[in-house]
Design a protein around this ligand. Structure first.
Ligand code: SF4
Length: 333
């Protein structure tokens, strides 16, 4: 059985509704293998399908430029909820809700949550439909469960890779968080944004675990990177070229501040921030990343030089303290 709902019937209907003749299918890593099958579904409607083979990690990364250059009249974006401000080609979002059973993993998380009574609950868009049943399990185990206000996300309790307003809004009301979903990525985001114990119930691997030790290691590395960037002789400011990641104004403002301080900084425009791409600039001692902040936090060990986020640059410039950064969080500005 498929682990995700690709909503093929809705796909056909949306193509009809938009009278689309050429459709660009965009899938995140991990779901790309379904591209050829979905292309066949599109083909059956009479439209021409093109599958984007480029990396895609969020709805911030809509393939609008590709769609325009390919003369596409509809993008079908899989795996993420809508972030409306980034659209400029008609786009249909198929959230690819998970069909896996979550209750076993949640039951496994209960012993790890035993110290705490008030638990904040969060998940990704793939599991939003399971929140009520997860709450029931937790309440049955004697927990008080709180789910954050939707904030910038589309749904109550939803977190995305760089937006944790949902969980931050309830940090003061809970003792720990339970994240239900695959892997450590979002759970680490919760732990770093709230500094609260965070337990993962992973229904794909059917296991539960804490990310607290890993979050502490990341925090130490972040501080080390900020200190290194502070000492750096030559800086570069990375301007993301992905449609929803471009923060040109922030980058220019930062460049102006560094110029005033007599610090040399080069503006670099970049689509994929990879170690290989940054290694092409050996004279740069540290990079300030104004695009996806998760690249800085999650790939630290892969980069040969510090790659700090915009909020971390504020610490580097003594505009805010480390404590203020920890309170404010790494993601939201
Ligand atoms: S900026 Fe990064 S973390 Fe945020 S939605 Fe885009 S890919 Fe995900």
């Amino acid at each position: 059985m498929e682990k995700f709902d690709f909503e093929e019937e809705r796909l056909r209907q949306e193509i009809g509704k938009f009278e689309a003749r050429r459709v660009l299918i965009q899938l995140p890593e991990g779901l790309k293998l379904h591209g050829p099958r979905l292309a066949r579904v599109v083909e059956e409607t009479g439209a021409i399908p093109i599958v984007s083979a480029d990396p895609c990690y969020g709805a911030c990364d809509l393939a609008t430029a590709e769609a325009e250059s390919l003369g596409v009249d509809l993008i079908v974006h899989y795996g993420h909820a809508k972030l409306s401000e980034y659209e400029c080609v008609p786009t249909v979002y198929v959230e690819a809700r998970a069909t896996v059973e979550v209750s076993d993993a949640v039951e496994m998380a209960l012993p790890l949550l035993k110290e705490w009574h008030k638990v904040g609950l969060a998940t990704t868009v793939q599991h939003i439909q399971t929140l009520d049943s997860i709450k029931e399990i937790l309440i049955h185990a004697g927990k008080t469960v709180i789910t954050g206000d939707a904030g910038h996300s589309s749904y109550l309790g939803q977190v995305i890779g760089c937006d944790y307003t949902n969980v931050k809004s309830i940090t003061g009301d809970v003792e720990a968080f339970l994240f239900v979903g695959g892997g450590r990525f979002h759970a680490l985001g919760i732990a770093l944004s709230t500094l609260k114990p965070t337990i993962v119930a992973d229904p794909y691997e059917n296991r539960a675990f804490s990310v607290d030790d890993e979050a502490k290691i990341i925090l130490k590395k972040r501080w080390a990177s900020i200190c290194e960037a502070k000492e750096a002789e030559r800086l570069a400011i990375l301007i993301g070229l992905k449609s929803g990641q471009q923060r040109l104004r922030d980058a220019l403002e930062l460049k102006g501040k560094l110029d005033k301080l007599g610090r040399r900084a080069t503006l670099l425009a970049i689509t994929e921030i990879t170690p290989m791409a940054l290694m092409q600039f050996p004279e740069i001692d540290a990079f300030i990343n104004t695009a996806c902040p998760r690249v800085s936090l999650d790939d630290t060990k892969n980069f040969p030089k510090p790659v700090i986020t915009l909020n971390e640059a504020r610490v580097m410039l003594d505009e805010i303290t480390w404590e203020e950064l920890c309170r404010r969080g790494w993601f939201e500005s």
